[in-house]
Ligand binder design. Structure first.
Ligand SMILES: Cc1cc2nc3c(=O)[nH]c(=O)nc-3n(C[C@H](O)[C@H](O)[C@H](O)COP(=O)(O)OP(=O)(O)OC[C@H]3O[C@@H](n4cnc5c(N)ncnc54)[C@H](O)[C@@H]3O)c2cc1C
Length: 294
C-alpha cells in the first residue's frame, strides 16, 4: 500500500481513518491494516490510511508547528501556542491535514506494534501534535463531554509478549493497566467512544496457521465492529469538576461505591480489586454497571 492511500466511495458518507505505524510493508501490522481496509471498504466506508513512517511524519512537538509569530517567545509553551495557532489557522500544514482526516472520520483505528508498553514514538508524535487543545479537547469539553463524543476509536496492536505475560499474575502485569493511559488518558479524554482493543498476541512467535487465524478473527470482528458497545469509563457527572473540589469523585458517589466489590474503573480503583477486563472488554447488558457509562 502506498502512503496516504485513500479509497473513495462517492455514494457513501461513512469514513474511517487508520493511523498506521510500522516500517515494513510485509509486517504482520501491515497485514492487519490491509484486512481492516478491505473489510471496511466492503461495508461502504471510505478508508483513509495515514502511514506515518512512509509519510516521515514529524514526531517532535516544536515551534516549527506554528506559522507566524509566537505569543510568548521568551517562554515557549507548546500547548498554549498551538491552541492559539489552531484558533487563528496558523498550525503547520501536516497537522492541519491530519486534523481534517480526524474531523471527517467516524471511526479511527490506531494500528501499531506495542513499543515499551505504549505506542511507537512516531504515533505518540501524531497524538501530541494532531490532538491539540481547541481541536481535540478544551477544559470544558473532555471525557464524556469531549469534542469527539460522536466518533469511535480503537487500538489494534501486536505484541512481542504472550497473553499470559500480560495477565495480572504474569511477568508484565495486567494489560488493563497498560492500556489505561492510552485509552482513558488520550482517546476517552478527547471524548471518543473507545471500542475494545484488538490485540494480536506475539505474532512473531506463532505458527503461520495461528497468524492466519488471528487475521480471520480480526476480519470477522470488523464485520460487526460499529455495532459493538464501547468500553466503560467513569462519567464526568460523578466528579466535582472544579479546582476547589479538586476534580474528585463526589462524596455521595464515594459512599455509594463503598459497598461495591470492585473499583469504578481500572484507574478509579478506590483501593479495591480492579473491575475485571475494564480496558479490554465492553460490559454486557447483564453485567452490573457501577454508575458508569461511556
Ligand atoms: C522498541 C521496541 C519496543 C518494544 N516493546 C514491547 C513491549 O513493551 N511489549 C511487547 O510485548 N513487545 C514489545 N516489542 C515487540 C513488538 O511489539 C513486536 O516485535 C511486534 O509487535 C511484532 O509485530 P510485527 O508486525 O512487527 O511482526 P512481524 O515480525 O512483522 O510479523 C510476525 C510474523 O508474521 C508474518 N506475517 C506477515 N504478514 C502475514 C500475513 N498476512 N499472514 C500471516 N503471517 C504474516 C511475518 O512474516 C512474521 O513472520 C517491542 C519492540 C521494539 C522494537
Amino acid at each position: 500500500m502506498r502512503k496516504h492511500e485513500t479509497f473513495k466511495r462517492s455514494h457513501s458518507p461513512k469514513s474511517a481513518l487508520i493511523i498506521y505505524a510500522h516500517q515494513s510493508p510485509s509486517s504482520f501490522n501491515a497485514a492487519a491494516r490491509d484486512v481492516a481496509v478491505q473489510e471496511l471498504k466492503l461495508q461502504g466506508y471510505e478508508v483513509v490510511v495515514s502511514d506515518l513512517y512512509a509519510m516521515n511524519f514529524k514526531a517532535n512537538a516544536t515551534w516549527d508547528d506554528i506559522i507566524g509569530d509566537l505569543k510568548n517567545s521568551e517562554l515557549f509553551q507548546y500547548g498554549e501556542e498551538t491552541m492559539h495557532a489552531w484558533m487563528e489557522g496558523r498550525l503547520s500544514k501536516d497537522i492541519v491535514a491530519e486534523q481534517h482526516k480526524v474531523k471527517e472520520a467516524e471511526l479511527i483505528i490506531f494500528q501499531f506494534p506495542l513499543y515499551w508498553f505504549s505506542v511507537p514514538a512516531i504515533m505518540k508524535g501524531w497524538i501530541d501534535r494532531v490532538l491539540s487543545q481547541g481541536f481535540a479537547f478544551t477544559l470544558e469539553k473532555m471525557y464524556d463531554n469531549g469534542i469527539f463524543k460522536d466518533k469511535k476509536a480503537m487500538l489494534s496492536f501486536t505484541t512481542g509478549a504472550t497473553q499470559t505475560m500480560f495477565q495480572p499474575d504474569g511477568i508484565n502485569g495486567d494489560i488493563n493497566v497498560t492500556l489505561w493511559p492510552l485509552q482513558n488518558g488520550i482517546l476517552h479524554f478527547c471524548g471518543f467512544q473507545v471500542l475494545a482493543p484488538q490485540i494480536f498476541w506475539g505474532p512473531a512467535h506463532c505458527p503461520p496457521t495461528a497468524r492466519a487465524a488471528m487475521l480471520e478473527g480480526w476480519r470477522a470482528r470488523l464485520k460487526r465492529l460499529l455495532a459493538e458497545k464501547p468500553l466503560t469509563f467513569a462519567p464526568c457527572e460523578l466528579f466535582d469538576l472544579s479546582f476547589e473540589g479538586g476534580f474528585l469523585l463526589r462524596p455521595e458517589v464515594k459512599e455509594e461505591q463503598a459497598t461495591q466489590p470492585h473499583g469504578v474503573t481500572t484507574g478509579h480503583h478506590l483501593g479495591k480489586p480492579l473491575p475485571p477486563d475494564n480496558q479490554t472488554r465492553a460490559r454486557t447488558t447483564e453485567e452490573e454497571d457501577p454508575g458508569c457509562t461511556k
